[in-house]
Design a protein around this ligand. Structure first.
Ligand SMILES: C[S@@+](CC[C@H](N)C(=O)[O-])C[C@H]1O[C@@H](n2cnc3c(N)ncnc32)[C@H](O)[C@@H]1O
Length: 210
């Protein structure tokens, strides 16, 4: 199975410990939070990890019902802890390499540094599934690790986040912004753009026509 590192306690621990201090992360997440409507009722978080995005989103969306999906037992346990006692939040154990399970319709689908672990072909088919499960007017916001156009910029990114290149996730399948925006447009999304970017971190947003 690809993505085995997410079943290793040291890998998960290292990621979770560093999540808050990751350079410019709060800035990109802030733009995502601005674009998810305050009245979004149902929100799906793909590769939710420890429930970080759901926890941020629910702060200003008291009526929001959240579904977090991930395939890592360790991450799901951390999410259960973070979201403990909040009956509006549900967690689903699912491998995103497989078609999404039946989850109903959503006003927003979000994701944070998760979809880049999938093979490119699966990224594209997942984007199509996201289109189908969004309500008309619903938004897809993907805060993502994307490919650099050159090796030099890839090295510059790892230097900027102060991680040795050996710490790259073995399951990373980085893809450039342009290809992903083109797919989203081809699938019928509207208002498709990169709303924020810093080196290899980007926020891709797409809206299903109302
Ligand atoms: C870098 S972490 C991000 C976690 C969280 N979204 C955040 O922003 O902190 C990547 C997450 O994607 C999950 N993931 C990777 N591949 C996956 C797959 N094929 N199916 C489901 N989850 C996956 C991992 O288990 C992990 O929780």
């Amino acid at each position: 199975m690809s993505g085995e590192e997410w079943e290793a306690a040291d890998h998960v621990g290292h990621y979770c410990e560093r999540a808050d201090e990751f350079p410019r992360r709060a800035e990109g997440e802030g733009v995502l939070l601005e674009h998810v409507p305050r009245d979004a009722r149902r929100v799906l978080d793909l590769g939710t990890g420890d429930g970080r995005l759901l926890a941020l989103l629910r702060r200003e969306r008291p009526a929001m019902v959240g579904v977090g999906l991930d395939f890592s037992e360790l991450m799901l346990a951390a999410a259960r802890e973070r979201l403990a006692g909040d009956e509006r939040m549900a967690l689903v154990d699912h491998d995103l390499a497989e078609p999404l399970p039946e989850l109903g319709r959503f006003d927003a689908v979000v994701s944070s540094v998760a979809i880049h672990h999938l093979e490119h072909e699966r990224k594209r088919s997942l984007y199509g599934e996201i289109f189908d499960l969004l309500q008309p007017g619903g938004i897809f916001a993907n805060f993502e690790h994307v490919a650099s156009p050159t090796r030099r910029l890839h090295l510059a990114f790892f230097a900027a986040i102060n991680e040795p290149l050996e710490c790259e996730d073995p399951s990373d399948r980085l893809l450039d912004v342009e290809s992903q925006l083109a797919w989203l447009r081809e699938l019928g999304f509207d208002d498709v753009d990169c709303y924020w970017k810093w080196l290899e971190m980007a926020l891709l947003v797409a809206v299903k026509p109302a």
